[in-house]
Each structure stands twice: as C-alpha cells, then as structure tokens.
Design a protein around this ligand. Structure first.
Ligand SMILES: *Cc1c(COP(=O)(O)O)cnc(C)c1O
Length: 392
C-alpha cells in the first residue's frame, strides 16, 4: 500500500470510524414516512393532493425564488428551463466540461449543441475570466445574437453548475453572459442549501434547477424543481410541465403540445419531510466538512476543497485533490478504500471523453483535464456525518 493511500484512508477513518461509510445515501428520520402514508391512506398518490403545493411553497421560502415548480427529475427540469430561456434547435449552449452527464443531455433534449467550458481549479465551476476571453475570440454579433464564428451557430444560453455543492463564480459568470446577450440557466442540482452571500444558488440566472434524486442532500426519490423570479416564465413552467391543461372542473382542454413532467404527490410528500430537516442536514454536513478539513490539513499533497469566500456551501460531497498522484496511485486508493467499504469515488469523466460528445465544440480544457484526474469524493451522507460528529 502506498504511503499516500494509507494516510488518506486513516484520515477518513479518523473522521467517520471504521464502519461501512457509503458516499451519500438518503436519511429519513423525520415525518417522511408519515406524509407518504397519508398519500396512501387518502389515495392521493399522483396528481391530486396538497404535498406538491406545500413542497413548492417551502422551496420558495428556502431559496427566495418567486416561483418553484416541482417536476419529475432534475434533467427534465433543466430541459424545460432551457426551452423557457429561449434556446432553439440548432443553438449552442455553454456547459462545464466537468459535470454530471445530465447537464449536457438536457441541452441535447432541446435539440441544441453543448459547447464545453473550462473550469477553475479552486472550486471547479466555469472560469468566468477565461470564458470572457474565449467568447471575445470565437464569437461575433449577428442579428442581435452571439454567434460562434467557427460553427455559425448562435450561443444562446450557459448552464453554470455548482460542483459538489460549492457555489461557482455565478455573479461573474452572469456578468459575462449578460455582456454577450446569453441567458443563464443554473444547474443547482447539487447545491440546495448553498448560498452566495445571502442569495441561494439557482436564483441568479433567468431560471435554475435543483435535483431531488436519491443521492442529493434532500430527496423525493426522484424529482427536481425549476426556480425563477420571472412572472411570465414561472406560471408557464407549471403549465408546460402539466400537459398545458387549462383549469376546468371537468373539461379537458390543452392549448399546446406539452410535457407530463409533474412531480407525483407521493414524491412531494417525501420531499416535504426532507425539507423540514434541511437546516439540520446542512449543519451536520458542515461539521463533517470541518472534521475532514482538519484531518487532511496535515497530509502533504492533499488539498481539501473548501467553500469559496463569502459563500455558504452545503458540502454535498466533500472532496479532496491528490496534488501529485498518478492515475494508478489514485485507482489504488479507490480500490483499497472501497474494499474497506469507504465510498470513495473519482470525479465524473469529462463530457468531452464521452462517446456522444467527443466532437463537440470546446474551450482549451487544461484545468478540467488536470482536476478530473485527481479529485476524489469522500463519504458525505447525513448518517455518516452524524456518526462522525459523534466521535470524540
Ligand atoms: C443530479 C444532477 C443532475 C440531474 O438530476 P436528476 O434529478 O438525476 O435528473 C443534473 N446535474 C447535476 C450536476 C447533477 O448532479
């Protein structure tokens, strides 16, 4: 076993103990079961019942967004948000090169083309300064649009993502986007409970999306929410995710081709139970992060990804960077840790490494390539955090 691997594993075990510690699993200790049982008892499991409205209202309170529209998952939410932001078939949409594949897939689902952006080293979000220089270099204005001179396609939106819960440089990215007339749709899938100053992630762009998949900080089993302050787009998001049916006591009238992306009441019930605990989840996860930070501060060649200045991160997935490790050393650590039932994971493959995206337009991805090779996510779930924090 390499020295680095043994140092990293004992640092993790000094925080979480020697019990199996998965990367991130759901934690239900509140009213979740009670609310779900209410759905079953009343028969209101699907599109009727009050939990969807409660869930949406609670999310407006938490995020400060004027509208929160609950949908079947984050990917469908992102797809609808892109459409509402004005992305048309044949447009290009800027997406970070290092993200979960859903960010890029959602762009394809509206027949647009993902164009991959470089990330910055410290918090792994899109690098706004490099983005500005790049757009200045490769685009020109045509018919009031920013057009990629190489492909001839308009660039109409950008999807900044808050990696592992740490807010990206969203204000700077919004400024760059505004300068080029590009709409911002935030992928805040991982950052429920993360703020820049006092403003919640997912509320900086024209629209935003939060995911409630089973591995996120709070879950509805599967689900997502579209956030916006726009008085036209908020109600429209609700309308086109619910088959565009006009309200009526008994008549079926739909005024456009639309989607059935509504979140079922059963899932929203689970989510209502989870949101009651969100503050507690963030608190224990931040304590866990403090313990990891301390444990890794003594190890040479390991960097703990901390929250950006003036931000409050939910620390969804704690992560470290092995500064000098080769891929073989990284994989040896991952193998050993997983044998010990510590849920360590590498970062996602870059989008440009996936077969469907190898030929897509992209910036120079030096940092993304370097970061992708040596970032590791650590066990970070609420149960692991509570256990870790309870240790002396
Ligand atoms: C989880 C996630 C999504 C998609 O969410 P689903 O609800 O699983 O569709 C999108 N983007 C990122 C960055 C994610 O982590």
């Amino acid at each position: 076993m390499s020295i680095l691997a043994s140092q990293v594993i004992s640092a993790i075990q000094s925080v979480v103990g020697e019990e199996p510690s998965p990367l991130h699993v759901p934690y239900f200790a509140g009213n979740e079961a009670k609310y779900v049982a209410q759905c079953v008892e009343t028969g209101w499991v699907s599109s009727v019942g009050g939990f969807v409205e409660q869930f949406e209202q609670k999310l407006c309170e938490i995020t400060g967004a004027r509208y929160a529209v609950a949908v079947s998952n984050g990917t469908s939410g992102l797809m609808v948000a892109l459409k509402l932001a004005g992305v048309l078939p044949g447009d290009e949409v800027i997406v970070p090169a290092m993200t979960f594949v859903a960010t890029a897939n959602a762009v394809c689902h509206v027949q647009a083309v993902p164009h991959f952006a470089e990330i910055e080293r410290k918090h792994m979000g899109i690098d706004p300064a490099k983005l500005r220089d790049y757009l200045n270099e490769v685009t020109s204005r045509r018919d009031a649009k920013t057009v990629n001179r190489i492909t001839g396609r308009p660039i109409t939106a950008i999807v900044p993502m808050h990696t592992f819960g740490h807010p990206c440089k969203i204000q700077e990215i919004c400024e760059v986007a505004e300068g080029f007339g590009i709409a911002v749709v935030e992928d805040a899938a991982e950052s429920l409970g993360s703020y820049v100053g006092n403003k919640h992630t997912g509320t900086f762009g024209k629209l935003g999306m939060v995911s409630f998949n089973g591995n996120k900080i709070a879950t509805t089993g599967g689900g997502g929410v579209i956030l916006t302050d726009d008085d036209a787009l908020g109600p429209l998001a609700k309308h086109i995710t619910t088959t565009a049916k006009l309200p009526h006591a008994w008549e079926f009238f739909h005024d456009q081709v639309a989607y059935n992306f509504r979140m079922p009441n059963l899932n929203a019930a689970l989510g209502c139970g989870q949101l009651e605990k969100l503050d507690e989840f963030v608190t224990v996860k931040r304590e866990l992060a403090n313990r990891y930070r301390k444990a890794f501060s003594a190890i040479d060649g390991v960097e703990f990804f901390d929250e950006p200045n003036n931000c409050r991160s939910n620390f969804w997935l704690n992560s470290i960077r092995l500064r000098h490790a080769t891929i073989e050393e990284r994989d040896a650590l991952l193998n050993l840790a997983n044998k010990k039932q510590l849920g360590l994971r590498p970062a996602w493959q870059l989008m440009t490494q996936l077969p469907m995206y190898v030929d897509n337009p992209r910036m120079v991805l030096e940092v993304a390539v370097a970061i992708q090779a040596n970032v590791i996510n650590l066990p970070s779930g609420v149960e692991v955090a509570i256990r870790g924090n309870g240790r002396a």
